[in-house]
Design a protein around this ligand. Sequence first.
Ligand SMILES: Cc1ncc(COP(=O)(O)O)c(C=O)c1O
Length: 443
Amino acid sequence: MSDARVPILNLNAFGGEAKETLPDDLRRMIDRRRRSFGATSVLFFHEPLIVDHASGQYITTTDGRRYLDLYNNVPSVGHGHPRVAEAVCGQLRQVNAHSRYLYDIVETYAERLLALFPAPLANVIFTCTGSEANDLALRLARLHTGKRGIVVTRAAYHGNTASVTEVSPSSYKAGEPPDYVAVVEAPDPAVHGAEVGPGFARVVSEAIRRLAANGAGFAAFIADSIFSSDGVFDGPAGFLEPVMAEVHAAGGLFIADEVQSGFGRTGEAFWGFGRHGITPDVVTLGKPMGNGYPIGGVVTRPELLALLNSQYGYFNTFGGTPAAAAAGLAVLDVLADEGLQDNARRVGASMKQRVREVAERSNIITDVRGVGLYLGVEIDRGAPRLQGAGERIVNGLRARGVLIGLAGLNANVLKIRPPLCLKEVDVETFIVTLTGVLAALDL
Ligand SMILES: Cc1ncc(COP(=O)(O)O)c(C=O)c1O
């Protein structure tokens, strides 16, 4: 791995720097957090936020300041959406128990969700998180193939269980994934050439050969369909098709992790894999699925679940409860009724164009990538004088009331991923603020 790599949990993390200059109430809150959460406590920004409430695409802190939220994809249909909140509260009052009883709302949600997938993907298992979904996906692939090896991209993040951490190279602060995990460079046109598909398929195929040679064998290729933590690699649409052919030729499964790219975010398709014209073997879901209510899932072919059931079966106490189904159904309804996938397409295209105009006037922005409301703005790759520039921009924007994040192996990609209800007026605010920050930082 490159020496300049930044582990995912260190991206835009508060490191205690200049703590003595922070306001007293903030220092006290940070100390309280650290006393109870201990060493693994993670906070964003040089000056962390104390949040009071949020609505739509805005977050308000306890001092009454309102921030434009261009970071949070969990409240995908908008913070505090009243239809989701009311659906969940109403269901909690009516009944909320495990899924070993029948409930009309759970059956309806499962059917509505599955109707959004290609026909072969006809079954769903509900989980509570994306990590659980990916953990299960790895198990399905290993059961199906009898092999252990997984191919994954270099700065991928797929979650936090023991087996999923092993396929999340970006989580490693020390050491590397085990030898049954083969790591490949992300599908970056600057690495694989403008014909990303065949180039990327070649490196995946070499990785599969490495796994065969070291005895692990090949179980699955797993990818976030927009390669978000790798630095947002969205195109050209279709580039995953040759990869899928390699994966299948080698007898493995293709796992599409839709935790970031699913539920309309890319604007062009409801699922990220849909932009690539492929039908994965296993699809994993999470974050935006319940607009903040914890719900995830695995969607796959019936025979893969039959195999799992012959060995272990699966039950998840909080997975697929009526309240989770209420949240999930409300999200699907709001996405449709408010035209949010189309909004992501339109407002995302406009924002990308406006950021490209900023990039033309800037000598540090080397690429503007992304699709729909998922943009990655690359700051000059690896130039030593610019190390840390991404973090300075993120903190500069936060100081002026706009929240974004960071991605990429070297923390040099601005990650812009707002709730899908973003408006043109918010794009204007962002562009004006970004221009001001770039000028003030003299970058
Ligand atoms: C692509 C991807 N997959 C899986 C996960 C894990 O989801 P969760 O945090 O709900 O376990 C994440 C979380 O950031 C993610 O970005």
